[in-house]
Design a protein around this ligand. Structure first.
Ligand code: NAP
Length: 293
């Protein structure tokens, strides 16, 4: 059996991978920050030496976009230095590294959907550190696949959907940005993709080439539209729960700490013939049903 190492198992994508692993196919080591802190060089080396993974899925990351503006060192450590250490170890033992990155590596000024080869120009610390992580992997490893995704939601941890659901009964209107666009993506679909890549590369069917792929939900919306979709689905599931009034605001009016790309829509033409893009609204329904049950 091939050996699969997963980092960051308690995050949205990490938990979704954990739920979907077929233990008849893989000898699996699921780790979290306690059992494998990806920024701890000695611990990373020890785990690799003991487990000798054939595939590593790195779901560990620093994902607090606003907080990162004041914690650049911490963000860089997890998003850049950690992937650097993983890349070195993967190179050393010939393992495949599957890593996740973000549309925040782009500045969002394009009028088109971003393709894999577009030039990155991040606007914030989080995006810069994620780009640095990508660059380390590309420099120190040839056997990697980077999946860039966006607006990840799930039944786990804190994300836009669970945040909106938790706010549903408040009395103050919810202000939501209406001039930043992206594609919501269900973490379970990202997990399925990562596991499909791992399986494909180990079976040497090689439908996936090494390198980068964009992958996100099948259509773009603004954060405001996304919030409306959440409350529409909630209303279908529990009529009368819609309660909160949503107010559309501009990025300037919202004034978040970190600047964010206006256009964060990824072009998925490279991956779509190999792996089906997800209908995020259907997945949203599933997350609402699971969270509200
Ligand atoms: N969330 C999104 O909207 C989004 C969008 C595009 C791309 N992505 C990318 O997708 C990937 C997964 O994101 P996610 O949403 O699943 O993130 P998440 O829910 O924030 O999970 C990240 C996990 O990594 C853990 N972690 C932090 N520092 C670590 C370290 N030094 N060593 C080991 N584990 C560590 C965190 O633990 P603690 O919670 O204890 O810190 C957390 O469990 C990331 O690469 C992210 O950049 C996410």
């Amino acid at each position: 059996m091939f050996r699969l190492l997963v980092t960051g198992q308690k995050g949205q994508i990490g938990q979704s991978i954990k739920d979907r692993i077929d233990h008849r196919e893989w000898d699996v080591l699921l780790t979290d920050i306690e059992t494998l802190d990806i920024t701890n060089a000695a611990q990373v080396a020890r785990v690799f030496k003991a487990f000798k993974p054939n595939v590593v899925i790195n779901a560990a990351a620093y994902t607090e976009v606003d907080k990162a503006e004041n914690e650049a060192g911490a963000a860089e450590s997890v998003n850049a230095y950690g992937p650097y250490l993983l890349a070195l170890q993967c190179h050393h033992i010939g393992a495949l590294l599957i890593h996740f990155s973000t549309e925040y590596v782009f500045n969002g000024r394009s009028h088109y959907r971003y393709v894999e080869t577009d030039t990155p120009a991040p606007l914030n610390v989080y995006g810069r550190t994620k780009l640095q992580g990508e660059q380390y992997i590309k420099t120190y490893l040839s056997h990697y696949i980077i999946i860039r995704t966006s607006w990840v939601f799930s039944e786990y941890a804190r994300n836009f959907v669970t945040t909106m659901l938790s706010l549903r009964r408040g009395t103050v209107p919810i202000r939501i940005v209406n001039d930043q666009f992206g594609c919501p993506t269900y973490a379970g679909d990202v997990a399925n993709l990562a596991l499909d890549i791992a399986k494909d590369r180990m079976a040497e069917t090689n439908r996936y080439q090494l390198g980068e792929y964009n992958f996100c939900g099948d259509s773009g919306v603004s954060w405001f539209d996304f919030a409306c979709a959440i409350f529409e689905e909630l209303d279908k599931y529990q009529p009368g729960e819609q309660g909160r009034h949503l107010v559309s605001v501009t990025s300037e009016e919202y004034a978040s700490i970190a600047a964010r790309p206006r256009n964060g829509i990824l072009n998925c033409h490279k991956i779509s013939p190999i792996f089906r893009l997800s209908d995020w609204r259907r997945k949203l329904r599933h997350v609402i049903e699971t969270t509200m049950a």
